[in-house]
Write a protein that binds this ligand. Sequence first.
Ligand SMILES: N[C@@H](CCC(=O)N[C@@H](CS)C(=O)NCC(=O)O)C(=O)O
Length: 228
Amino acid sequence: MKHKLELIYFKMRALAEAPRLLFHYTNIEYEDLMSWDYYAKEWSDVKPNIPFKQLPMLIVDKKHEICQSMAIMTFIENLAGINITDPILNAKANAIMQSAQELFMPLNPTVNFATGEKFKKKREDMLPFLMSRFEDLEKAMKNNDKKFFIHDEPRACDFVVFHHLDLSKMLDPSIIKKFPRLEKFLEDIMSVESVKSYLDKRPELIDVSIEPKLVIDGVPQSTGVKKT
Ligand SMILES: N[C@@H](CCC(=O)N[C@@H](CS)C(=O)NCC(=O)O)C(=O)O
């Protein structure tokens, strides 16, 4: 059964990115909408009525509101029929997914919003955590003989890892270079044709650490939860 799928988010490259990547990888049609375009209201007026008061949220068939980006990832995986059925492998995939997701804070807000000295300070403060978590992820990759974290084809957990590692390049491109197996993983994800075509056309994130903007349909727009 084909569902109507509407992914609601803001102007930032953060928690909607893994769902977008997985939608493209699985070739599932969905609409990508800004909160203000979907609701025709400011975020502050919308927020109290969202089930967990944050986005992204996936609206299914104009009826079911699915919050929490990891729940959205699992839903897409199930919808596409690529869920990991082996309970052990599934648990390992979830551990990878959660461990990558913990990189969200403070990596994503820093890259999307911080500027000047605040950016530098946040980058310095988070470096030990990033190094340690990248080390763990590199080890997890080396401990299996697969192309991706679980299988030779990517699953939800791989796209969550991909997003955060990819974003780290905008914080400091030298970090990922210390982890050759993770760099290879990024290359392998980027060379999947359906993923590559999404990456080639997604809004570019520019002026990070100066005045971050997303270039949407050729127009640079400040990152944030407001229509500009
Ligand atoms: N655990 C949630 C976190 C969601 C979240 O932090 N959303 C932020 C944007 S990335 C948000 O809605 N910010 C606006 C607000 O909190 O009012 C998830 O994974 O979806």
